[in-house]
Design a protein. Structure first.
Length: 297
């Protein structure tokens, strides 16, 4: 208490000229960074505002009113037009492809990551890990022709399974990289204690590694889900029938179908991005928690 009192009295006796002034504190603020942040926020929000506002205008108001003005007579006819054009079918196709990709990709990546970390001395598993890392360096665009030929040989062309299988293959490498870093940081003593209690490898994987790596599982699931949901190249190359289209490909066809009706095109854009926004809003804490936990490791 005496030490605290003496330090307080010393600070009180400090000359006023040596104390940091308010102007000095203001100068230390990152004004450039703050201004750049506000400019970037405006760059992002202005197009979003224009898309949403225009989607509630009719075609005549789009050409006569100020582009950034609120609609004088808001209408939902554009959304009705898009929904009546088989939009629910395209939405269901995207849901099937996304879920059909996430579940097997994350399950396979988790089991592979567990085997790679637990069998660290195995040359075979080290080689498998190297193959997964090499997969990160191969872009989808570079393999689209071999993938197309494989799908044709497997007689899966123009089916949703033709979209799911390549998506699973390209989602596994990054998932293995993220999950293996989380499993590697699980203390070995926990595995040894469970081994002493008679637990099998499967039991340790499901009862110990799985709960501890839940933030990483959520992170890779959301990341891969967004990539598959917004995927355009695979549906364009591997499907042909209108009833097999996903939302990004359907949005492209909407642009051709409603090339003059811009509000209808923007209404389809809003309906396509709305599930992604809702997913991010619901799972934002889990996603950021998994990312920050991964960086802290």
């Amino acid at each position: 208490m005496a030490v605290a009192t003496s330090s307080t009295s010393t600070a009180a006796r400090r000359p006023v000229s040596q104390r940091p002034s308010r102007a000095y504190k203001l100068l230390r603020l990152n004004w450039f960074g703050g201004l750049a942040g506000w400019i970037w926020l405006g760059i992002v929000l202005v197009p979003l505002y224009w898309i949403v506002v225009t989607s509630f205008k009719d075609q005549s108001a789009y050409f006569t009113q100020n582009p950034f003005a609120l609609p004088s007579a808001p209408t939902t006819n554009n959304y009705k037009l898009v929904i009546e054009s088989d939009f629910p079918r395209y939405f269901l196709n995207s849901v099937i492809v996304t879920i059909g990709t996430i579940l097997p990709a994350v399950a396979i990546a988790f089991m592979a990551s567990y085997a790679i970390i637990r069998g660290a001395g195995s040359k075979f598993l080290a080689g498998v890990n190297g193959l997964f890392l090499m997969g990160l360096a191969i872009p989808l665009q570079a393999t689209i022709i071999p993938v197309y030929l494989l799908i044709i040989r497997m007689r899966l062309y123009d089916s949703l399974l033709a979209l799911i299988l390549p998506s699973v293959a390209f989602a596994i490498p990054l998932s293995v990289l993220v999950l293996s870093n989380f499993i590697r940081d699980v203390p070995k003593e926990l595995f040894e204690s469970m081994r002493v209690d008679g637990a099998t490898e499967w039991g340790m994987m499901t009862k110990l590694a799985l709960p501890l790596t839940r933030p990483a599982l959520v992170t890779v699931s959301i990341y891969n889900g967004l990539g598959v949901w917004n995927g355009f190249l695979l549906p364009l190359i591997l499907t042909q029938s209108p009833d097999k289209r996903t939302l990004p490909l359907a949005l492209w066809t909407f642009q051709g179908q409603y090339s003059v009706n811009v509000p209808a095109v923007l209404a389809s854009v809003v309906l396509t991005t709305l599930p992604v926004v809702i997913l991010y809003a619901v799972s934002r804490k889990q996603l950021l928690g998994g990312l920050t936990a991964g960086f802290s490791r």
